[in-house]
Design a protein around this ligand. Structure first.
Ligand SMILES: NC(=O)CC[C@H](N)C(=O)O
Length: 303
């Protein structure tokens, strides 16, 4: 398989989709990003990296950070988090308030905002600084020490975070937050506002394609924990489009409203795509198209 050739081809094939959809503008800083961009990177289990298009441009990873926060909490704390968050697809938008009340403050899964706020809360309790913990994991896996939060994006989210604040206050009212609401929201916004490239994200996600083995050869997660994170990504990683994503792409994946998506081919490689235009459920239109093309042409999927 000539992966470089394939990625170059995919850049051409997805051009009609680049710019389709809408850039997230409920976080004003994200609304200012040029939608005419597309990048793709693949990191193989063996350590090769392939990139094409705008794969070296920084973008806001947003909800992709939720995977890494969950990985850290599972690594530090084992299964305790599953008493505070379910692992079922929600079928609702990522920032929906509806289920949280009827399900008495236990979020459906760790990848919708309510669930991710609970995971960040736990990570904050464990580490004292959840955003730094996620950032440091990214730095470690990419060996790139310049990775950091874009504070303009974090500030822009915090200044417009009425929905996440209402989720967090409701969680607190149900006794499902350990830390003050403002501190949890601050950490959550900063972890979401990490700025990274496709190549960085492919490298950072590689441990999920390697049974939990990190870049430096240490085990970040057990093979069983890795399998479970990938399973939750498959069923919940793209919100109320998880069924459509499984149908088209056939891989565990996690999207963010910055237009990035990471996907995992277990035991083979991690893939990261980015293009800012989002479909109705908040997933990159050109990104999903590229992953569809990738798995259809390689036959690399979990199905
Ligand atoms: N789906 C996303 O990427 C959402 C993340 C964003 N920071 C929010 O909480 O709204």
């Amino acid at each position: 398989m000539d992966i470089q050739n394939l990625l170059d081809d995919i850049v051409g094939a997805v051009q009609p989709h680049v710019g389709q959809g809408n850039v997230a503008d409920y976080i004003p800083q994200l609304g200012a990003v040029d939608p005419q961009q597309f990048g793709i990177s693949v990191a193989t289990r063996e350590g090769e990296v392939y990139s094409a298009g705008d794969a070296h441009v920084d973008f806001s990873i947003q909800s992709i950070s939720k995977v890494f926060a969950l990985a850290l909490v599972l690594a530090f704390d084992g299964d305790g988090i599953w008493k505070r968050v379910f692992r079922e697809p929600s079928g609702n938008p990522f920032n929906s308030l509806i289920q949280l009340e009827s399900e008495e403050g236990i979020p459906r899964n760790p990848f919708i905002n309510a669930g991710a706020i609970v995971v960040t809360d736990r990570l904050l309790s464990i580490t004292g600084n959840a955003a730094h913990a996620v950032r440091d994991l990214m730095r470690q896996e990419t060996t790139k020490v310049s990775i950091d939060t874009d504070h303009h994006v974090a500030g822009s989210e915090l200044a417009n975070s009425h929905r996440n604040a209402s989720l967090a206050h409701f969680l607190a009212s149900c006794g499902n937050l350990e830390n003050p609401v403002d501190e949890v929201l601050d950490s959550y916004a900063k972890q979401c506002a990490l700025a990274m490239t496709c190549e960085d994200l492919a490298l950072a996600t590689r441990f999920l394609a390697a049974n939990g083995l990190g870049t430096d050869g240490t085990l970040l997660l057990s093979p069983a924990q890795t399998k479970r994170i990938n399973a939750v990504m498959l069923t919940c990683g793209t919100y109320d489009a998880a069924g459509e994503f499984a149908y088209r792409v056939g891989l565990p994946g996690k999207s963010g409203v910055g237009g990035g998506i990471v996907a995992v081919v277990p035991n083979k490689c991690s893939i990261s795509v980015w293009s800012p235009g989002l479909g109705r459920s908040g997933n990159s239109v050109a990104g999903v198209a590229a992953l569809d093309e990738f798995t259809t042409r390689t036959g690399w999927s979990v199905f």
